[in-house]
Design a protein around this ligand. Structure first.
Ligand SMILES: Nc1ncnc2c1ncn2[C@@H]1O[C@H](COP(=O)(O)OP(=O)(O)O)[C@@H](O)[C@H]1O
Ligand SMILES: [Mg+2]
Length: 340
């Protein structure tokens, strides 16, 4: 197959995406496909007379993540795309491919905007469609649907951080709580809050990323994540940050220990699997996804969110879980492409 791996994008998570994208592209080449890794935001200024020559069958793509959140203003100035989120020639090239592997994270890649655009152009792509992507990306909508489907999720309120009443928030959710942008990922803008003063500060932090902010009851316990692929759940992975919570740095700088399969009772694995399948259907997802959970001291599972485009480096959580189930990274990439 002729495959475009779409990565990067105008999102704080672009670096992570470019790393996943490179490795996915390499795996697909090894699987015998012809592959082009393309930054959806940067696009390609000029096309060769025969775009087929852009698709590689050998060699390796590389990219590594820096320690800080990328500077999007600098990127925007450099690319000169203005307000356009899809770069020059991206759609032309995608129409030229048999399939598009979405290796994006955050913003347009995860909120369904890109999926809707690809649908409109008749382009086939991996993972969930635009409705599922949107529903999962909006943490408030997702939690409403999860709760209605009987998937346990922590109490929360949605607020406009510019004129939120701390009294109302504290009455509804209480302390300690967690403040997070409604539609971000990678723990960007997420704060753990123990005091009223910290709440004010946390709302300001989250407001920099989103005009809608969730304040959620804090759950103390172990962190688990469960992948689902083609209707089958993978073994849960436990995430143990060296210190603090699973924030941006812990996620991408390896300051975290991951135990896969998680050492938890079989009954909990069973409940997590059941919840994930139910959540997957409730959010109208397709292909594959990864659900984040907390397990409290009473053995109760709490679903935090669903990720429709989970990290896809070989050491990312979903590929690790697939490996524990006996599926290699290359086989996983192949499976995802075949489901697209
Ligand atoms: N209600 C909560 N209680 C305790 N910790 C939380 C809660 N919500 C989020 N966290 C911590 O913040 C991290 C990021 O939150 P999450 O809702 O998964 O958003 P993201 O989309 O940024 O991954 C989680 O992995 C967890 O470590
Ligand atoms: Mg998460």
């Amino acid at each position: 197959m002729k495959i475009i791996v779409l990565a990067g994008g105008y999102s704080p998570e672009r670096e992570v995406s470019l790393t996943s994208g490179s490795l996915i592209a390499n795996a697909l080449m090894e699987n015998g496909h012809r592959v082009l890794l393309l930054d959806v935001y940067e696009g390609m200024q000029t096309l060769p007379a025969d775009p087929d020559t852009l698709f590689r069958t050998e060699g390796r793509y590389t990219h590594s993540v820096s320690e800080t959140v990328p500077n999007l203003d600098a990127l925007r100035a450099r690319c000169g795309n203005g307000d356009a989120l899809i770069g020059k020639n991206v759609l032309t090239l995608c129409r030229h491919a048999d399939r598009v592997f979405l290796a994006l994270h955050g913003a347009m890649g995860e909120n369904g905007q890109l999926q809707a655009t690809l649908d409109s152009f008749g382009i086939r792509y991996t993972g969930s469609g635009y409705i599922g992507s949107l529903l999962a990306m909006d943490k408030d909508l997702a939690k409403r649907l999860l709760r209605d489907a009987g998937v346990n999720t922590p109490e929360w309120v949605l607020c406009d951080p510019r004129n939120a009443s701390e009294d109302d928030i504290l009455r509804a959710v209480g302390l300690p709580c967690v403040v997070k942008p409604c539609s971000c990922g990678s723990s960007v803008g997420v704060s753990m809050v123990d005091t009223r003063e910290a709440l004010v500060e946390a709302l300001r932090t989250a407001a920099a990323w989103d005009s809608a902010v969730l304040v959620e009851q804090r759950i103390v316990g172990r962190e688990l994540t469960v992948g689902i692929l083609d209707g089958v759940t993978l073994p849960p992975v436990e995430i143990i940050p060296d210190e603090g919570f699973y924030d941006y740095k812990n996620k991408y700088q390896g300051c975290t220990r991951e135990v896969c399969p998680a050492e938890i009772p079989d009954e909990i694995t069973q409940v997590a699997s059941e919840m994930t399948k139910r959540g997957f259907a409730a959010l109208r997802l397709a292909g594959y996804a990864r659900f984040d959970y907390l397990l409290d001291g009473d053995g109760q599972l709490w679903c935090l969110e669903a990720n429709t485009l989970p990290g896809m480096t070989p050491t990312s959580l979903l590929p690790q879980a697939a490996a524990a189930a006996g599926m290699s990274y290359n086989a996983l990439c192949e499976k995802i492409i075949s489901l697209g």
